[in-house]
Design a protein around this ligand. Sequence first.
Ligand code: ZN
Length: 243
Amino acid sequence: MGKVFAILGDIHSNIEALDVVIDDCRAQGVTDFMCTGDIVGYNASPRECLSRIRELGCPAVMGNHDFYVSTRKDLSDFNPAAAAVVQWTRGQLKMEDIFFLRSLPFLRTVMGFSVVHSTCDNPEGFGYVFDKFQADANFVNQKTPICFHGHTHCPVVYERLMDGVQILPPVDMLLSPGHKFFINVGSVGQPRDGDPRASYVIFDQVSKTVRFRRLEYDVAAAQERVRKAGLPERLAERLAVGQ
Ligand code: ZN
């Protein structure tokens, strides 16, 4: 029987959003999970999200927040709010969590598709793909016809054509055989496309279709946890507006 994958990422320690997504996956007939990285950062439930990902047996790749939380590297690349939460998260995690994060690969290839947090041309550099030129640089190094990614927190599809790259909106679609796709699955725990609902993608490996899912969750409860943990107020506020 063919596999139906849920591809989800940028969970960012938001357990309220993650649990709603997992329930939806069950209801939608998902058989396998893959994570595009950034399990932690920004919000207040890092341990809960890590244990959920491990319980699911969900293979993940390394996101920039996962990397910085687990390696104690200098945080000058981060904005002050993000850096404050990386520090806070380091203090919340147990050694087993740190080892788990540190062991994540930057890129995974499974059954003909790949998963990366940022881009295939430099997965360890955590560059952002927002336009056709950045997507084109990715395609040069994308070894599989289909690759899923995250990092910008905005769902979108890049398709490589003979003469360049086409940008497609995140709507359900058939991935034409022979074409190359670089698909951003959006963010479970901190969407930034103006829609506060949790985002993920269902990929049916047999029919080669992708479905973009958006789900309401208890934003107020996630905000409450951020505030109780003493994390920057702006991180609670942005959840309500999807920015
Ligand atoms: Zn992220």
